[in-house]
Design a binder for this molecule. Structure first.
Ligand SMILES: [Zn+2]
Length: 251
């Protein structure tokens, strides 16, 4: 399974989450190595699903298979890239291999300086690929948006100019058994909870037992039955509430 890789070999985050035009989104702006026009690479084998030239040349790319996210999720992923000045080299159904050049920085859609606006969504492409988030009447967000550092990996070949203060995961830190260890840890925690519950129940029972023992100790002693009458008295005890015990004498 392919790991979804970050889009620019030079990471320079120039716009973070939830600020200015990114309100109510998990969008990042990638500024590339310098103020010129850098290109983005395919994070995984992917196919173009939608091109929206009327606004800022938004393009949606969907992974061809499920991919491994930086947080361990395994699912399809859609990325939306924005601001390329010219997308005439793209068409719906065009396929790319991981690492291929897929998109350029630009300023289409009144962007401040060359950059690419990036959003990642979980699962396969559907609908128009985005929806109104109602921050402004025109503001749109990719479907099933997810924080980008939880989606995309980096490796040692990336040049980090500005990481946006985010915790990016390096593929070399992905250990094969992390997931298994996490599952086992979770099971251990569940068992600890069960043990705690049983201990509480045990304490309760012990208290009930002590209370019954005390009640028994404080009970009036039973009247002595004369030796000759022993074996002649039978009790019928009704345990249902409201019914009193009945005594029946055999003569
Ligand atoms: Zn942006």
């Amino acid at each position: 399974m392919q790991k979804a890789m970050y889009l620019s070999r030079y990471m320079k985050i120039t716009g973070g989450y939830d600020i200015e035009s990114h309100q109510r989104t998990f969008a990042l702006d990638e500024g590339g190595s310098d103020t010129g026009i850098d290109f983005m690479i395919a994070p995984f084998d992917c196919v173009v699903k939608r091109i929206w030239e009327d606004d800022a040349n938004e393009v949606w790319f969907e992974s061809k298979e499920k991919v491994k996210y930086a947080d361990g999720t395994e699912d399809y992923m859609v990325i939306m890239l924005v601001h390329d000045n010219d997308v005439s080299d793209l068409w719906i159904g065009k396929e790319f291999k991981q690492g291929d050049k897929i998109y350029d920085e630009g300023t289409k859609g009144n962007a401040d300086g060359n950059h690419v606006h990036i959003e990642c969504g979980v699962g396969q492409f559907y609908g128009d690929g985005w929806y109104h988030n109602w921050y402004t009447p025109s503001s749109m967000t990719i479907n099933n948006a997810k924080r980008i550092e939880e989606c995309l990996w980096i490796d040692d070949s990336y040049v980090i100019i500005n990481d946006g203060g985010l915790n990016w995961r390096n593929v070399k830190d992905d250990h094969q058994y992390d997931e298994l260890i996490q599952q086992l840890q979770q099971r251990v925690n569940e068992l600890k909870e069960i043990k705690k519950g049983l201990e509480e129940e045990y304490e309760e029972s012990k208290k009930e037992y002590e209370a019954l023992k005390e009640e028994l100790a404080n009970m009036e002693p039973l009247p002595e039955v004369p030796l000759e009458d022993r074996g002649k008295i039978k009790f019928r005890i009704f345990l249902n509430e409201g019914e009193s015990s009945e005594e029946e004498k055999l003569s």
